[in-house]
Design a protein around this ligand. Structure first.
Ligand code: IMO
Ligand code: MG
Length: 425
C-alpha cells in the first residue's frame, strides 16, 4: 500500500505542483480533495508550462488517473475549458478523469456573489480569487448546494436551480442592487456542460479504496496551504475548505488509517497573496526587488505576492496540524545570491517570547519575528542533484529548518524542472 498526501504548509503557492508532478511519477492515481479553481498549480516540463486550476497535475503524465473528490468546489465551465486547453497541447483526459457526484458545483451566482460580498467588506476584505469558492461552500454547509451528481437528472437539477435563484436573486436585489439571474440560460448551459461531466461521475470513495486493495499507489494533491485552512488557518483571512491533511480523508472518502505519509511543501521563504498578516514580510525596496527576482505573482489572478523570510513558527504549527511525515522544500536556489539569510524562530508579542502560533484573535498582527541569521552560500545550486553536493551552508540551512520545525526534509527542489529535484536519503 502506498498513499501519500501532499499539502501546502504555508499560505499556498509553495510550488506544490512541482512536487506533486515529481511524485506522480511513482503513483498510479492522483486525487484533488478540496478547493477549486482558486488554485493555480504551475508545472514546467521542458519548454512547456501548464497552469492547472482544477485538474490534478498528474494529467501531465499520460498514463495517470486523475480524480476530483467530493471535497472540491467544481466549476464545470472552468473545467471544460481546462480540458480543452490540455487537449490543444496534445494531452487527452479521455477515460482517465473521474469526478465525485458529491462535489458541489460552482454556479454563476457564486462567482458574482464572491466578488460582491468581498467588495462590500471594504478595508476588511479577504482578497478572494473571485472563483466563487466561499459562496459555493456556504451553500454546501447550508445544505442548499447543487452537486455534480444532480446533473444526471434534469428535473431535479432544474428544481434545485430554481430554489437557489429564488434566494440568490432576492439577495442580489436587496443587498447589492444587482439585476437577477435568468433560470433558463443557466439550466441550458449546465445541461450542455453535464453531457461532458456525467460520463466522468464515479463513486470516488469506492474507486480509491478498491484501487488501494489492488495495490495501486495514490497521491492526494492538496490546494492552498495550511494557513488558508477554514478551521486551522489565519481566520477570517482563509479559504473555505480544509486544506490540511484531514481534508484528504473527508474530501475523497478514504479513512485516516489508509494514509501512509503526509508531505508538507514549504518554500525556502514565505509568501502570501490576498489580505491578512504576514509576520516575516520584507520591507520597502527589498520587498519589491525580491518579488520581481523571484517572480512572485499569482498564477490565478496575477496579483503580486507579499514575500518574507522562512517562518519556523508557522511550519512547526503545520507539522502538528497535518501530522507531517516530512517536508519538501522548494526554491532553495532562490536564496543562492543572498549574503545573509534569516529564519524566524519565535515571535515577540507584548514583551513576551512565544514559540507557538497564537490562537488569540488578532494577536498575529502584533507579533514581531525573532530571527536567527545565517551567512548565505553564494553558490548556484540549480545544477545540484545530490544532497551531499549542496554547499555546506545550504545544508546547514536545511538542517536548521528541520530542527526548528520537527519533520525531516525528504525532497529539496532547486528549480522548476522535474530533474531539478534532490531526494534526501
Ligand atoms: P494554490 O493552490 C495562495 C487565498 C486568496 C485569499 C484567500 C481566500 O495555488 O496554493 P478564495 O478565493 O479561496 O476564497 O480566497 O485565499 N488563496 C490562495 N493563496 N494560493 C492559493 O492556491 C490560493 N487560493 C486562495 O488570495 O487571500
Ligand atoms: Mg498557486
Amino acid at each position: 500500500m502506498s498513499t501519500k498526501v501532499v499539502v501546502g504548509a504555508q499560505w499556498g503557492d509553495e510550488a506544490k505542483a512541482k512536487i506533486v508532478d515529481y511524485l506522480a511519477g511513482e503513483a498510479d492515481i492522483v486525487a484533488r480533495f478540496q478547493g477549486g479553481a482558486n488554485a493555480g498549480h504551475t508545472v514546467i516540463v521542458g519548454d512547456r508550462k501548464f497552469v492547472f486550476h482544477q485538474i490534478p497535475v498528474a494529467a501531465m503524465h499520460p498514463d495517470k488517473i486523475c480524480v476530483i473528490g467530493n471535497g472540491v468546489a467544481l466549476d464545470p465551465v472552468g473545467l471544460i475549458q481546462e480540458i480543452a486547453e490540455l487537449e490543444a497541447e496534445g494531452i487527452s483526459l479521455e477515460g482517465r478523469l473521474f469526478i465525485s457526484p458529491h462535489a458541489h458545483l460552482v454556479m454563476p451566482y457564486h462567482k458574482l456573489l464572491d466578488r460582491l460580498i468581498d467588495e462590500s467588506k471594504g478595508k476588511g476584505k479577504i482578497g478572494v480569487t473571485g472563483r466563487g469558492i466561499g459562496p459555493c461552500y456556504r451553500d454546501k454547509a447550508a445544505r442548499t448546494g447543487i452537486r455534480a451528481g444532480d446533473l444526471l437528472d434534469h428535473g431535479l437539477f432544474r428544481e434545485k436551480l430554481s430554489a437557489n435563484l429564488w434566494e440568490k436573486n432576492r439577495i442580489l436585489a436587496a443587498l447589492y442592487e444587482h439585476e437577477p439571474f435568468d433560470e433558463q440560460p443557466i439550466a441550458e448551459e449546465f445541461m450542455t456542460l453535464g453531457e461532458r461531466i456525467v460520463p466522468c461521475l464515479t463513486d470516488v470513495s469506492l474507486y480509491l479504496n478498491r484501487a488501494m486493495t489492488d495495490g495501486k499507489r495514490i497521491l492526494f494533491e492538496g490546494a492552498q496551504g495550511t494557513f488558508l485552512d477554514i478551521d486551522h488557518g489565519s481566520y477570517p483571512f482563509v479559504t473555505s475548505s480544509n486544506t490540511t491533511a484531514g481534508g484528504a480523508c473527508t474530501g475523497t472518502g478514504v479513512g485516516p488509517t489508509k494514509m501512509d505519509e503526509v508531505i508538507g511543501v514549504v518554500k525556502s521563504y514565505t509568501t502570501r497573496v490576498g489580505s491578512g498578516p504576514l509576520p516575516t514580510q520584507f520591507e520597502g525596496e527589498f520587498q519589491e526587488r525580491m518579488r520581481k527576482q523571484w517572480g512572485e505573482y499569482g498564477a490565478t489572478t496575477g496579483r503580486g505576492r507579499r514575500c518574507g523570510w522562512f517562518d519556523a513558527v508557522l511550519v512547526r504549527y503545520s507539522a502538528r496540524i497535518n501530522g507531517l511525515s516530512s517536508l519538501a522544500l522548494t526554491r532553495l536556489d532562490s536564496l543562492d545570491e543572498l549574503d545573509s539569510i534569516r529564519i524566524c524562530v519565535a515571535y515577540e508579542v507584548r514583551g513576551k517570547r512565544i514559540e507557538d502560533f497564537p490562537w488569540q484573535p488578532g494577536l498575529l498582527t502584533e507579533c514581531t519575528p525573532i530571527y536567527e541569521e545565517m551567512a548565505g552560500w553564494k553558490t548556484d545550486t540549480s545544477e545540484v542533484r545530490g544532497f551531499d553536493e549542496l554547499p555546506d551552508r545550504a545544508r546547514d540551512y536545511l538542517g536548521r529548518i528541520s530542527a526548528l520545525t520537527g519533520p525531516p526534509i525528504s525532497i529539496v527542489s532547486v528549480g522548476p524542472e522535474r530533474n531539478q529535484t534532490i531526494v534526501v536519503k
